[in-house]
Design a protein. Sequence first.
Length: 207
Amino acid sequence: MNQKYPSALLENAVNEFAKLPGIGRKTALRLILHLLRQDDATVDNFSQALTSLKHQVKYCKVCHNICDDEVCSTCLNKSRDSSTVCVVENIKEVMAIENTMQYKGLYHVLGGIISPVDGIGPADLEIESLVERVSNGGINEIILALSTTMEGDTTNFYIYKKLSPYNIKVSMIARGISIGDEIEYADEVTLGRSILNRTLFNESYRM
């Protein structure tokens, strides 16, 4: 049975909130009623933060991570090891790995993983830009830190083949993370150890 709303404005707001992943209509309604109880300044700040994020956020032209400037602070940090690049699916994995405080290299954010079911192919991801970074020289190791799912493994293998013409080390995080697990949900200790105990791709992977 469809929910009856006393206001078309309320219904429209619920419809928009319910489009967010993991947000059902009941949760959307609860969030909106919470916002309605706040003062105007609080709601205006909330709205302005979303608008500013959408229109002003940038993607680092080097690693494609979300940032405020043309190049992110990680890529500009001279104390980072620029010869090592960790390949991840999105910003959530960057944040998870940074929280371990075990990794001091740079990143490359693909923007997803290969998933034919979802219509996502290699051309939809930042794979060619990764190959370009490697071809420009200065990178000694690529660490593949994608989720241990079928899609993640497919993406790992594709990248490995694309990088095979170059004389660099390609490694992958240790499989301390269970098959099917998402990197962002791994605890910091497990994730940190999986990076430190990474293995060469061609020694740890068979396809």
